[in-house]
Design a binder for this molecule. Sequence first.
Ligand SMILES: O=C(O)CCC(=O)C(=O)O
Length: 208
Amino acid sequence: MTTQGLLPGMAPEVEVLLDDRARGCRVTYERGFLAPSLAERWMVDLARELPLACEVPVMFGRPTPVRRMSCGIGDRGLRYRYSGVERVAHPWPAGFAALLDRLEARTGARFSFALCNLYPDGEVGLGWHADDEHDLVRDAPIASISFGATRDFKLREGRSGSACMTVPLESGSLLVMEGTLQRHYQHCVPPRLRCQEPRLNLTFRVMR
Ligand SMILES: O=C(O)CCC(=O)C(=O)O
């Protein structure tokens, strides 16, 4: 895949959306982290090349098929287990070395794995959860790059209650969750029935 548009000169402003100093965590957002034409091309290439498969997570104790598709990509031999699903790393696509370098410069983390989620349309979302699984290095940053349809990302404190923040994640944007965020907050991508376009998201993680 082409890496044109990944040049450091592209980096625009970083917005701090949440700065919870008492708990040592924050969330930042960078619109236009990837050039729009690059984001568009990668969306098509990734959806075509990656072995995306529908998930059957265990919800309320029962395997429940969902229309969201996912797959893991990353360093050889890594696997990620969550909600009864296991994703074994498919090799990084061509062009990702430069992306990983750029994410490292931006976050200080060398990501070893990314979970790819494909939402075919706005009926499909992802429920409240924290990325706090055993396979992840605790408190390492998680970097999320979005492609395609803009979808809301919500954040809430604790494990119940309403959202304290809603961010429309635009194509080519980078959202970074840092510090102890996964211990104290949950996030979700709620359904948006009016949205008919697909969206693809990559969350880069540091595995144990
Ligand atoms: O699609 C997104 O923006 C969020 C994905 C997510 O929360 C996850 O992979 O854990």
